[in-house]
Design a protein around this ligand. Structure first.
Ligand SMILES: Cc1cc2nc3c(=O)[nH]c(=O)nc-3n(C[C@H](O)[C@H](O)[C@H](O)COP(=O)(O)OP(=O)(O)OC[C@H]3O[C@@H](n4cnc5c(N)ncnc54)[C@H](O)[C@@H]3O)c2cc1C
Length: 457
């Protein structure tokens, strides 16, 4: 049986940063990185390539899986702040988290990422406060989907020289005592051992990871999920914000329920995209830097946060059920509806969609979101859109498009001691799939921190 010093499960930014730090700080280490999806150059979504009109549920979703992880085709927005993007500051001093975020940024710049940052803007924050809206402030970098992909491609190619990388390799189990990692590759089963094992499986691997934790007696905590829609409208509506800070991240507490609804993941002149998370189709968005690829629309996520109380403990299954309902009534796709039709209580059909002045950037099925989104979340979304319209008039336009369902599930978080899993010596948890982060910058910082911890040991 082959043995390594470190086995990293998952080739997203968390796993890659761990591999980078280990390989550059101690080149003699034998490092193995196992990635379920394809190598980065082979990641091609048939919808994006224009080969199929709708998701054909590829065995490995090129958007979510493969080298560079879920971030590969992302818009590449890097938050240089601890104000949002994950929960690492609950476990480490915020200054230390920020220092790791800066370190990750330096590494990305060495692979070609640009240095420019958007700075916080108090004037806009004040405007929001005047309307009971709360804007998170942060320094922000926007690489754009194309520049971000190229940066990650160079990083992966650098690592190929220093780390053993197995792609199309699905890890199916880990023996916590013997440190054996079992995986499937090309239909064959194989295994390796490693002194240290890092789970960096991302959102797409969170169910596998949670199941593994449960089977191995590691308690998990999770009670939050965000459900809502992707909003698409003419880019001029939010230009006052996007030209100054690039990404407005604004939250609102609804008067009706007291729930928090957040506007985030803003993509100026971007595209709405479909993603397949373990068989369930949801929506997301991205934007290119290349002028030729830009659309006339901007899009953003508008999601309402739900925190469940006892006895319910399966927020991810809840969100998957809501999203599955949209898949069901759209005949295996996602829905799009005009805001005006939603408010009027009627379905958007193809004829009404064709009349829309906002041209959809995603081929979704025209339908009725009120048939699948729970009333509470739908009310929160409408109330928040009304509030946002006061700072960016035009947001409540009849033709504003709402795509559904978008959800952000925050993976269950295992009991850990400094990110070492409870009762599992030298087995660590990193990134979004383990419930500690929810952004590129914090997942990257987390990967670097755990690598340093391993090096100290
Ligand atoms: C379309 C889109 C746009 C986004 N835009 C932004 C943005 O602009 N800014 C931002 O901060 N965040 C963004 N995000 C979120 C960001 O991508 C994640 O926060 C980040 O990728 C998390 O990194 P990670 O390494 O923890 O996980 P991931 O990037 O998800 O990587 C985990 C990897 O592990 C692999 N894996 C899972 N299970 C197994 C297994 N059993 N065996 C082997 N491999 C496995 C997966 O295939 C995956 O490649 C976006 C996400 C998406 C989907």
């Amino acid at each position: 049986m082959r043995s390594y010093d470190i086995a990293i499960i998952g080739g997203g930014i968390g796993g890659l940063m761990s591999a980078y730090a280990l390989a550059t700080k101690k080149p003699e280490l034998r490092i193995l990185l196992l990635e379920k999806g394809h190598d980065i150059e082979k990641r091609v979504c048939p919808i994006v390539a224009g080969k199929v009109p709708a998701c054909v549920r590829c065995p490995s979703c090129a958007i979510m899986e493969g080298m560079a992880g879920a971030g590969a085709f992302s818009d590449g927005k890097y938050v240089i702040s601890t104000e949002y993007g994950g929960w690492l500051p609950d476990f480490l001093p915020p200054e230390q988290v920020l220092a790791y975020i800066e370190q990750a940024d330096g590494i990305l710049q060495s692979f070609g990422a640009p240095a420019e940052r958007f700075m916080p803007n108090d004037e806009l924050k004040k405007k929001c406060l005047e309307h009971d809206l709360h804007m998170a402030q942060a320094q922000l970098k926007h690489l754009g989907t194309d520049a971000n992909f190229e940066t990650m491609r160079k990083m992966v190619s650098f690592l190929r020289e220093r780390v053993t990388i197995l792609t199309d390799t699905n890890v199916i189990d880990v023996d916590k005592a013997a440190h054996t990692v079992w995986y499937e590759r090309n239909g064959e089963r194989d295994d390796v051992t490693a002194s240290h094992i890092v789970f960096a499986v991302g959102r797409v691997g969170s169910r596998f990871f949670a199941k593994w934790c449960t089977e191995n007696g590691i308690p998990l905590k999770n009670n939050q999920v965000d459900i809502g829609v992707r909003v698409e409208l003419p880019s001029i509506v939010w230009e006052d914000f996007s030209h100054k800070i690039y990404e407005p991240k604004i939250w609102y507490r609804s008067k009706q329920y007291g729930d928090v609804t957040r506007m985030f993941c803003f993509n100026e002149r971007g595209q709405v995209v479909m993603e397949n998370t373990s068989g369930v189709l949801t929506v997301n968005g991205h934007a290119y830097v290349d002028e030729a690829k830009k659309s006339q629309n901007s899009n953003f996520a508008l999601l309402s946060t739900i925190r469940f109380t006892e006895p319910f403990r399966e927020p991810i299954e809840y969100a998957r059920s809501v999203a599955s309902l949209a898949n069901l009534i759209s005949g295996g796709s996602v829905l799009v509806q005009r805001l005006g039709d939603l408010l009027a209580g009627r379905r958007t059909d193809e004829r009404r969609l064709a009349q829309s002045t906002v041209r959809p950037t995603l081929k979704a099925v025209a339908g009725d979101l009120s048939l699948c989104l729970p009333k509470r979340q739908l009310d929160n979304i409408i109330e928040t859109l009304q509030a946002l319209d006061r700072i960016a008039p035009g947001t409540m336009n009849y033709d504003t498009l709402l795509y559904g369902v978008e959800c952000k599930y925050y993976s269950a978080r295992p009991n850990c001691e400094d990110f070492e899993l409870e009762g599992c010596e030298r087995i660590y948890a990193v990134g979004d799939g383990t419930g500690f982060t929810r952004s590129l910058s914090q997942a990257a910082a987390h990967g670097l921190y755990v690598a340093d911890k391993i090096l100290r040991e």
